[in-house]
Design a binder for this molecule. Structure first.
Ligand SMILES: Cc1cc2nc3c(=O)[nH]c(=O)nc-3n(C[C@H](O)[C@H](O)[C@H](O)COP(=O)(O)O)c2cc1C
Length: 348
């Protein structure tokens, strides 16, 4: 693979409870080059908690970035050092999370109001490690709609040495909206992110928020250096099987059939069971694997059936595949049949 592409060209977003090591292992079965982010881990959890539990990952996950939540420069530096020791390829600072719990800790999106503190944190981390230190943020907080706000934030943090900014192209409303609403309700304003790239051409600017189709990703790459995909990647993982070819110049996709992914994933589940973990912990991240094809819902239902939790993964897989093929067969015989409204899977 040549170095003609930025490592940030395409990435899967940090998502709490979702982009766990299991989830990232699955995603890596689908795309070799897409950069994968961990969930946010707070500096407190790392410095005072169970470090292997928070930091361990599978070797296969590279390139993988650790996202930190925190604001105290010395703590951020200590955690960045651990991230580098653990083998992460990048450390990212969360300046975009709007949850109240995070605000009480004075980090996440409210840090956008304190660019000097972010700059100190970035500088402390950069002094501590040689892996890239990056920042993920919003375009504004609350009712601040002006471009100048985000421009000054980026400018000040860039002066402290940050060269890579991943911008969720909507404001965070720190009061009155839940974190989930904060991912949907404040309007998307991609133009502001494009303008950042134009005005800071030497910085790496990646865009995030509401992007789904590969054509949309390709269009964004005309304006910015990279695209970060969150919910779409999680809910429709098979889409990622196109990405190495389409966005990283590979001649071949890593996999061409979902069955190949499923087989490798089952081997992973077997290993987890051998380590004493229930396979369902990992499997919840793979429930979208067949999405988009007939029988996907039945496949997912079998895997989600609590009564089957004590069975070995391969036995459940056999039942799930049977159910999927049966449903697909019925669908092919009744092409006009549409499942009743509400029967479709929830996609978050
Ligand atoms: C379940 C969930 C958890 C999230 N957790 C984090 C997080 O830990 N850190 C973070 O920076 N963003 C987090 N986000 C926000 C995503 O990284 C991303 O910015 C957002 O979902 C918009 O991108 P999308 O429209 O492509 O999903 C989370 C999003 C979701 C859906």
């Amino acid at each position: 693979m040549s170095s003609m592409f930025s490592p940030w060209r395409l990435s899967v977003a940090p998502m709490l409870d979702w982009t766990t090591a299991d989830c990232r292992f699955l995603h890596r079965l689908l795309t070799r080059h897409t950069l994968l982010y961990t969930e946010m881990v707070t500096t407190g959890a790392i410095l005072h908690g169970d470090q292997p539990r928070h930091l361990d990952f599978n070797e296969e996950e590279h390139p993988v970035a650790l996202q930190l939540g925190g604001s105290e420069p010395a703590d951020l530096a200590a955690c960045a050092r651990l991230a580098e020791q653990w083998g992460y390829d990048e450390v990212n600072l969360n300046c975009g999370c709007p949850s109240e719990r995070v605000q009480r800790g004075a980090f996440g999106a409210c840090l956008m109001a304190e660019p000097a503190l972010v700059a100190d944190g970035v500088k402390a981390m950069r002094d501590a490690v040689s892996i890239p230190v990056t920042v993920k943020h919003r375009i504004g907080i609350d009712r601040i709609e002006s471009y100048e706000f985000v421009r000054d934030f980026v400018g000040q943090v860039a002066d402290a040495g940050c060269e890579v900014f991943i911008v969720h192209a909507r404001n965070a409303w720190l009061q009155g909206l839940s974190p989930k609403e904060n991912r949907d309700i404040p309007p998307l304003r991609y133009e502001l992110v494009h303008r950042l790239k134009r005005e800071f051409p030497r910085l790496t600017i990646a865009i995030n928020g509401g992007l789904k189709a590969d054509d949309e990703i390709a269009e964004q790459l005309n304006h910015v250096d990279g695209v970060m995909i969150g919910r779409q990647a999680y809910h429709e993982p098979w889409q990622m099987a196109q990405w190495d070819q389409r966005f990283f110049g590979e001649a071949q996709p890593l996999v061409t059939r979902r069955e190949e992914v499923e087989e490798q994933w089952l081997a992973y589940l077997d290993r987890q069971v051998a380590l004493g973990r229930p396979w369902s912990q990992a499997m919840r991240h793979a429930l979208g694997l067949w999405n988009g094809l007939p029988g996907a819902r039945r496949w997912r239902q079998v895997w989600s059936d609590h009564k089957l939790k004590a069975m070995a993964p391969r036995e459940v897989a056999r039942l799930a595949t049977e159910a999927r093929l049966q449903a697909a067969e019925i669908a092919s015989q009744h092409p006009a049949f549409k499942p009743p409204v509400g029967a479709a899977p929830a996609t978050g």
